[in-house]
Structure formats: structure tokens, C-alpha cells
Design a protein around this ligand. Sequence first.
Ligand SMILES: NC(=O)c1ccc[n+]([C@@H]2O[C@H](COP(=O)([O-])OP(=O)(O)OC[C@H]3O[C@@H](n4cnc5c(N)ncnc54)[C@H](OP(=O)(O)O)[C@@H]3O)[C@@H](O)[C@H]2O)c1
Length: 320
Amino acid sequence: MKKSTIKNIGLGTAAIGRPQYINIRQESSSEFSLEAFRQKGLVILDEAYLQGVRYFDTAPGYGMAEQLLMDWVTKKDDETIEIATKWGYTYVANFAPNAIQHEVKEHSLKKLNEQWEESKVLLPLLTTYQIHSATFESGVLVNELILNRLAELKIKHGLLIGISTTGVNQMEVLKKALDIKINEESLFDVFQVTYNIFDQSLATVVGIIAKQNKRLVIKEALANGRVFPNEKYPHYAAAYKKLEELAITYNVGLDAIALRFCMDSIPVFKVLSGAANEQHLSDNLKTEDFKLKEEDILFLKKLAVSPDFYWDERKRLGWN
Ligand SMILES: NC(=O)c1ccc[n+]([C@@H]2O[C@H](COP(=O)([O-])OP(=O)(O)OC[C@H]3O[C@@H](n4cnc5c(N)ncnc54)[C@H](OP(=O)(O)O)[C@@H]3O)[C@@H](O)[C@H]2O)c1
């Protein structure tokens, strides 16, 4: 049955675009079929749309995801759909189950222009163009040729320009990006940031972001699956206990509690669901059916670990 439009959840397409990505899942032993994988991705896009999702996040670095979205969206006549894509990573694993290298990062003007030529097909539903994983190391935030080119695309196509951030110094990168101006206009409008019950460092800067009227999009809200009880992470035992209690109270899954925390604890534009199957998608979307009570939010706020600890653990997760 068609739900009314989903307001807060967007669909992240990383997991429907490439068979392996960073999570805690065990390796699958079944044989991989590229066509079956493609069809499954299309089913998720259809199902998300049917259930009211209108914001879709993708990237050329997500295997076939961006192409899948292009193929799918041409059949939709709906200008309420918003697509956000990124540039800066090239997918190189060719869907091989044993690939050692999955993606190559390149923050050069050449890569930006090359990937823009492909991604622009998504216009006019493409509203948001982001630097994929902006870091100090890649030099992208001080590369004037790139910043000017992004400003040019912003004006010419009416785009929102954004960055996604990853790693222990996400907040420093975000603050640096907030200060970047081209022709006296702030360049970046959208910040796609990791935030979840374990890494809550974003909460320290949300005031500045809200004041400047920027969009905040949350990724990795389920901490790559670490919010689900797992004996490998005994240090999260208190969190698991509380999440399980809340899941019973609100009659939803742990995923919905963890996603809802991201919406109720800070002002966000969207929280991304990374669902790759229909069950996870409908579980994740239950987030829209309730709100956490103030006392529950306060308790969940106490479950944060230090960003150093969080990102050190994240680095040790494999591509599964
Ligand atoms: N810009 C970037 O650098 C960047 C990086 C990461 C993500 N993203 C964006 O953010 C989106 C979401 O992030 P994400 O998917 O990586 O992280 P996530 O939402 O933190 O975690 C997804 C994990 O949760 C599991 N899961 C989800 N719903 C579940 C349920 N109901 N029951 C049990 N397990 C469940 C998934 O299981 P399975 O393993 O079984 O699927 C997967 O392991 C991505 O699709 C992408 O668009 C961007």
C-alpha cells in the first residue's frame, strides 16, 4: 500500500550498487549473478519509491548504483524525486567477489570533469553534487581550480554543492568547508556526515550548520551494522540492552531506534537508509512512524564513544 511521502529517510544506494561494501556481514557463499543483483537493486528502488522515499543518494564509486538510478528514474515522471551524487571515487572491483581493491580515490579536476559528464544525465532531478569523502590529505578543499569549477556548476545548473566526510577529523573538515567562499558566496550547501549513537561528534557543530541554513544528511546511522547485538563488540553491551528495550517499547526494530535517534537528537535534512533488501527497507522506514521521548534521547546520548575509538574500529571492518 502506498504510504504518504517519507520525509526524513533517503535511500543510500551503495549496497545495491556493488556486492561488497564495508560492514560486519559474513561473506555469502552463494554464486553471484550480475543480472540478478541488478534486478534486485531495481526492486529496492521501486519499493522505496512506493513506500514514499523521494531522496536518493548515489556515486560512481558505488559500482552500478548510479547507472541503476539513471535507468530507473527515466521511467518515473515525478519532479519531487531528488538525486544526490558525488564525484571522486572510481569503482574498480568489476563485481569480482574476491577483489582486493574496490575503489580508487582521485580528487583531481580531470576526475571531476570526467564524472560530471556521466552524472549530469541525472539533471534536472539531480539537485545535489558532492565531493566524495573530502579530506585534508586529498587537498580538494584548497584546490582553487576544483572549487571554482564546482561554483560554476552550482550557478549554471542550480545545484546544491556538498561534501561527504569520513574519519576521525570529520568535524575539522566540515568546519573548513563551511568557511569556503567563491565570489563571496558560501560554496557548500550540503554536508553528508557519519553520525550515530556511537559517534556523536557532529552534535558539537550542528548549531553552526543550522544557523547557516545548510542541509545535513546522515550516513552510517547504523554504524555499518555495529548497532545490532554482536558478541565481537562486548563494549557496546549497555547500548545493545537499551536499544533492545526501546525496540520493545516502540514496537519497532533496533534499526528504527538507531535511525530515529539521528533525527530526534539533531536537526537533520535526511538520514540515509543503506537497505539492500526489502525487509531491511521496510524495517528502516518504520522510523517515520514514531518519535523518541526526551528521556530516551538523553539516555542514548550517553552511549557515544570517542571518535578515535569509533574510527579505529571502523578501519578494521572488512569489505563483505
Ligand atoms: N560518502 C561516503 O563516504 C559514504 C560512506 C558510507 C555510506 N554512505 C552512504 O550512506 C548510506 C548508508 O550507509 P551504510 O549502508 O553504509 O551504513 P549503515 O546504515 O550504518 O549500515 C548498514 C548495515 O546495517 C545493516 N542493516 C540495515 N538494516 C537492518 C535491519 N533491519 N536488520 C539487520 N541489519 C540491518 C546492513 O546489513 P546488510 O549487510 O545485511 O545489508 C548493513 O550491514 C550508503 O548507502 C551511502 O549512500 C556514504
